[in-house]
Design a protein around this ligand. Sequence first.
Ligand SMILES: NC(=O)C1=CN([C@@H]2O[C@H](COP(=O)(O)OP(=O)(O)OC[C@H]3O[C@@H](n4cnc5c(N)ncnc54)[C@H](O)[C@@H]3O)[C@@H](O)[C@H]2O)C=CC1
Ligand SMILES: O=C(O)C(=O)Cc1ccc(O)cc1
Length: 314
Amino acid sequence: MTASPDNGAAKGEPIFGTLAVVGIGNLGSSVARAVRKYGAVDRVVVADLSAEALARAKELKLADAYFEAPSKAVAEADIVVLCTPLGAFGAIAKAMAPHLKPGAIVTDVGSVKGAVVAAAGPHMPDTVAFVPGHPIAGTEKSGPDAGSSDLFVGRYWILTPDETTDRAAVARVTELWTRCGAIVEEMKAEYHDKVLAVTSHLPHLIAYTIVGTAFDLEGQEQQDVIRFSAGGFRDFTRIAGSSPIMWRDIFLNNREAVLEMLQRFSEDLSYLQRAIRWGEGDKLQDLFTRTREVRRGVIEAKQDKPFPEGGNGK
Ligand SMILES: NC(=O)C1=CN([C@@H]2O[C@H](COP(=O)(O)OP(=O)(O)OC[C@H]3O[C@@H](n4cnc5c(N)ncnc54)[C@H](O)[C@@H]3O)[C@@H](O)[C@H]2O)C=CC1
Ligand SMILES: O=C(O)C(=O)Cc1ccc(O)cc1
C-alpha cells in the first residue's frame, strides 16, 4: 500500500488545543497541513521572519493566525514546533522563552539533535517540557509550497528525550506524530547524530562535492555533463539542489560525527582508488556485490513501511 494525498484522514479527539509552527517552510508547512488533516489539534498559528513566506502561507490558508515574531505566536500555544534552519534555534528559544504558556511543550524537527539540545535547552523555562525530535522525511525543496500533509505517513519520527525529559510530554508528542501517520522511535541524541551522519549527512556532502566537481569543469565539458546527465549524476543533482542554509547548519552542528564518518569514507575511497589503479577487479566486484545486498535490504525495509512518493523515500 502506498499512501495517497487523500487517504482516509484518520480522525480522533484533538490531542492539543493550539499548535504553533515557527518557520513555515517545507517542514513547517507539512506539520501544519498534517495536524489539520488528521484532526490532531484545534488551531494552528505560525511565525516566520520572512514576510514572503508568511504571505504565501496565508494564500495557502495553512493556519488560523500569522505572526512575524515567534514570541507572539507561542503566547497562545499548547505545543510549539520549531521548523527553522538549525542555526536559528538558540536565538528563537531565547526570544520566545518568556512568552511560553506554563505547561506548554516545545519540540522541533531539526536534522541534528545534540546541538539543538545544547542551543535551545538552556533557554527553556522550568514550567515547559522540551522534547527534541526529527522526522526522517523530507525533500530537497524549500518554502511553504513544498510541504505535504502526508509527508510523515509511514516514516520514522525520532524523539531524543534524556533522563530529565517529562515522560508525559514525550507520550503526547508521540501521540501527535503517530496521528499524522509517523512511526515514532526514541533514541539518545548522540546516537541519532552518528547514524544520521552516515545515512543522510555524508550522502548530501558527497552529492554537493560531485556536482561541484562537474561545475568546475571548463566550457564544453561542463555543458555536456549537464546535457547528458543521466542516472547517477542526475540523482546527485536532486540532492545537491537542497537548501544551502539548512545544510550549512547541519554540517556546522554535527561536526564531530560527520568528520568521523568522512574519515572512514575517505579511507574506503582510497581502497577503491588503489584497486582501480592496480586492476584488482575482484576487490571491486566483492564490494559491489555486498552493496547490492545492502540495497536489497533497504528495498525490503521500504516495502514493510510504505511512504509517499518523493524525497528520501525514493
Ligand atoms: N527539508 C527537509 O527535507 C527536512 C528538513 N528538516 C529540518 O527542518 C528544518 C526546516 O527545514 P525546511 O523546512 O526544509 O526549510 P525551509 O527553508 O523550507 O523553511 C525554513 C523556514 O524558516 C524560516 N526562518 C528562518 N529563520 C527564522 C527565524 N529566525 N525565525 C522565524 N522563521 C525563520 C524561513 O523564513 C523559512 O520560511 C531544518 O532544521 C531541517 O534540518 C528535517 C527533516 C527533513
Ligand atoms: O530529499 C532527501 O533525499 C532527503 O534526504 C530529505 C531529508 C533531509 C534532511 C533530513 O533530516 C531528513 C530528510
